[in-house]
Design a protein around this ligand. Structure first.
Ligand code: PMP
Length: 309
């Protein structure tokens, strides 16, 4: 495992280098204060087309630029450069399998937490299949930790420091025998998971907390909202969700680039629906997994091929 890692190349400060050579200063603001913003991307291998497709690359780059802007990093990266660098590093590794890819823009140098530069980037693709097996679901609790909010640490900025709130929720959940957690926000309504968004199904309607519920503007969430209404004919509502609605929902699932779509079988040990993957969750998941692999023509627009076609 380790030797495989050492052979792997990563994009680092403008060059492509063996992962072991990508080193940063311990005194840098990214190292000391978590002064970095990042994207977690996925690329899917299509065996029939012998092609790797990065899913919704331009949307990830737009969000990364928003994060850079909100944290006041003095970065001059163009969207084209940010996108091309992702393609370049995946090509350099010649991957022919499913990947996750971390693209991180960070504050280098010797500054403090208010430094605005120098800004650098690394991009690290990693071979990674699905997190959860077919029809596997998870047990979650409602976290005793509140989700960070727009008045303190904006959840819309995908920055390293935000994940310390995620960490508190996840550690507590695992300590108490759950697989993950759902946070409530400062209003006491449902926010999101430590690294994913939340949907419920009630009487055939798909419901998810709005962007004002202290959540990340998740690309998987917005993909699901689109395909559920346009392709599966479902009614989709973005509205505040109360904690007790999770207990009596017919289905609950979490979603995110890395975890894709994962059913929640219980919340605070209260079984959700039949305690198995629900039909609507399954339909959404199946369609999503077809789209990301390039099997749905109208959504090929969401895919960026890595290798020359
Ligand atoms: N919320 C949080 C806190 C996350 O870390 C993630 C994963 N990036 C998500 C939601 C899902 O976002 P996306 O669908 O863009 O991966």
């Amino acid at each position: 495992m380790e030797s495989k890692n050492l052979e792997r190349k990563i994009w680092f400060k403008g060059g492509i280098v063996p992962i072991d050579d990508a080193k940063i200063n311990v005194l840098s603001p990214t190292s000391q204060f978590g002064a970095n913003v990042f994207e977690g991307l996925r690329a899917y291998w299509s065996a029939s087309e012998k092609q790797l497709y990065v899913f919704r690359l331009s949307e990830h780059i737009d969000r990364l630029q928003n994060s850079i802007k909100m944290l006041g990093f003095e970065a001059e990266f163009t969207n084209v450069f940010l996108q091309q660098s992702v393609i370049d590093i995946i090509q350099a590794n010649n991957f022919q399998e499913d990947l996750v890819c971390r693209q991180t823009v960070f504050l280098d140098g010797f500054g403090n937490w208010a430094a605005t530069g120098p800004v650098e980037m690394f991009i690290a693709p990693m071979a990674k299949g699905r997190y959860y097996k077919e029809s596997q679901g998870i047990s979650v609790c409602i976290s005793s930790w509140e989700r960070i909010n727009e008045r303190s640490l904006s959840p819309k900025i995908k920055m390293g420091a935000n994940y310390m709130n995620s960490r508190m929720g996840q550690l507590e959940a695992v300590r108490n025998g759950y697989e993950s957690a759902i946070f409530l926000n400062q209003e006491g309504t449902v926010s999101e998971g430590p690294g994913s968004c939340v949907f419920i199904v009630k009487d055939g309607v798909l419901i998810t907390p709005p962007l004002t519920a202290s959540i990340l503007d998740s690309i998987t969430r917005s993909t699901i909202i689109d395909i559920a209404s346009d392709d599966l004919g479902l009614k989709v509502i973005e509205r505040d969700v109360e904690k007790d609605e999770l207990y009596i929902a017919d289905e609950v699932f979490m979603c995110g680039t890395a975890v894709e779509i994962v059913p929640v079988f219980s919340v605070d040990k209260v079984q959700v629906g039949q305690g198995v993957e629900g039909e609507i969750t399954l339909n959404i998941k199946n369609l999503y997994l077809q789209i990301v692999r390039g099997k749905v023509k109208k959504y090929k627009k969401w895919l960026t091929p890595v290798y020359k076609e």
